[in-house]
Write a protein that binds this ligand. Structure first.
Ligand code: TRP
Length: 446
């Protein structure tokens, strides 16, 4: 194997980087609106089951594949199953990296723009739906923010694994944690916060439908950055002295904790001021600014919130770009800086139509979807679940569950992966994911 591969140099390097990847728009923007539209705590409980039965085992699987092979996703499958077509699963992951980052960066750009809207002040009585639509339908401004966000992302990746990724997550993740605690404290001390807590924490099983299970599994993959080899790539920088099961446990635990805590910040605030928690994707960009406008020192808390959201998005975006860059560096022997800059620019360009699709190009639809929804559908609803299920089949049946179990328990850690892992990875996960996938497709095209 390539003995010169760069490795995380601190015990927390992998955990912070992988948790940084996992904690993103998915935890704050996506988790809150999916919970809001799927019946609150009833969804949260099903989501937690999906995290335990699918998320954690797949996290451990990807990290083990990465640490063993010391390669990017394409190289990892080639190394563990030489002369087979399994490397195509890695290639699908690299493709997903391009697509997800291209629209993720556009949404992150909205968040950065909102930092400045908060500085200008959120004023009571403003029609925030109008503000949001006005912003995202613009031609130049959202694209400029998309460019700014991509420059930050590629700058960190160009600097390398230790000097770029590790250095920045060590700064940004504590910042994120502090901002979140401030916001939770503010939200829970608002008069009327109790009703929001009740909505969030009291399960209403009558709201659960088949769609709730699908949403929970999809959310588990997306929020943990699984299904496209991001954790294979970060695992490839993990030293052999580290235990995979424990490190994976930390990442899954932190990501889950931050999603649940973000809910504690958002729902009480939404209820305290009498807004609709089921507002959908606009929840954080329309409902929350309205909430901030009405709360004392609201613009300050709005500023904190959008800095938090942007930081969370940045530490996720770097993992998406790293997958593509690691592939070019390992397989095509490109210098890291060249790969980062060129791919950063390519992804920026691919993202432009998703931004224009909100405004000047909104009449363009692909199979009935706006451009951004189409990108999201292809990547999050098709490529990630397919990639995840194939990775599970590969680990369980080709590389063999036994090998993964031994790899994750070497050296031994506090968590011991037992034979239950084989049952999950060989049967439960592929079957559950394919059922979700087929149901989604029937939903869309049926
Ligand atoms: N997990 C991130 C979030 O919750 C998004 C993300 C980063 C991601 N890397 C990924 C999703 C890889 C899927 C695959 O926002």
């Amino acid at each position: 194997m390539n003995g010169a591969r760069e490795k995380w140099t601190s015990k927390l390097g992998f955990i912070l980087a992988a948790a940084g990847s996992a904690v993103g728009l998915g935890n704050i923007w996506r988790f809150s609106y999916v919970t809001g539209t799927n019946g609150g705590a009833a969804f949260v409980i099903i989501y937690l089951v999906a995290i335990i039965l699918i998320g954690y085992p797949m996290m451990v699987t990807e990290v083990a594949i990465g640490r063993k092979s010391e390669k990017n996703p394409v190289g990892a499958f080639k190394a563990l199953a030489p002369n087979t077509p399994w490397w195509l699963v890695g290639a699908l992951g690299v493709f997903s990296g391009f697509v997800i980052l291209s629209f993720y960066s556009v949404i992150a750009g909205w968040s950065m723009a909102y930092i400045f809207k908060a500085i200008a002040g959120f004023t009571p009585g403003t029609d925030f739906a109008d503000v949001f639509v006005g912003h995202i339908t613009g031609t130049g401004v959202p694209i400029v923010w998309h460019a700014v966000f991509m420059v930050l992302t590629l700058g960190i990746i160009a600097a390398g694994v230790v000097k770029g990724i590790q250095r920045w997550v060590k700064i940004l993740m504590p910042v994120l944690a502090i901002l979140l605690v401030v916001l939770v404290f503010r939200a829970l001390t608002l008069p009327g916060a109790g009703e929001g807590l009740a909505f969030y924490l009291a399960p209403r099983f009558e709201d659960v439908t088949a769609g709730t299970f699908l949403a929970a599994i999809g959310q588990a993959f997306f929020t943990l950055s699984l299904g496209m080899g991001a954790m294979i790539t970060y695992g490839s920088y993990l030293t052999r002295e580290e235990n995979v099961a424990d490190n994976g446990g930390w990442v899954v635990g932190l990501d889950t904790a931050i999603a649940l805590i973000a809910g504690l910040a958002i729902f009480p605030a939404v209820f305290a001021l009498g807004y609709d928690p089921a507002a959908g994707p606009g929840l954080v960009f329309i409902t929350l600014p309205a909430v901030f406008a009405e709360m004392p020192a609201g613009s300050l808390f709005g500023f904190i919130f959008f800095v938090l959201l942007s930081v969370a998005a940045l530490t996720s975006a770097i993992s998406l770009l790293e997958v593509v860059v690691a592939w070019l560096v390992d397989e095509k022997e490109w210098p890291r800086v060249k790969a980062s800059v060129i791919i950063g620019i390519v992804i920026f360009v691919i993202g432009i139509p998703t931004s224009l699709g909100m405004g000047p190009w909104s009449n363009i639809t692909i199979i009935g979807m706006e451009i951004l929804d189409f990108y999201d559908f292809v990547a999050s609803e098709l490529a990630l679940p397919i990639g995840g299920a194939l990775t599970a089949i590969f680990a369980g049946h080709v590389w063999k569950a036994r090998t993964v179990i031994d790899e994750t328990n070497d050296p031994p850690g506090a968590i011991k992966i037992g034979n239950w892992y084989g049952v999950l990875v060989k049967y439960v996960i592929p079957i559950a994911v394919f059922v979700v996938l087929i149901t989604t497709l029937i939903d869309f095209f049926g």
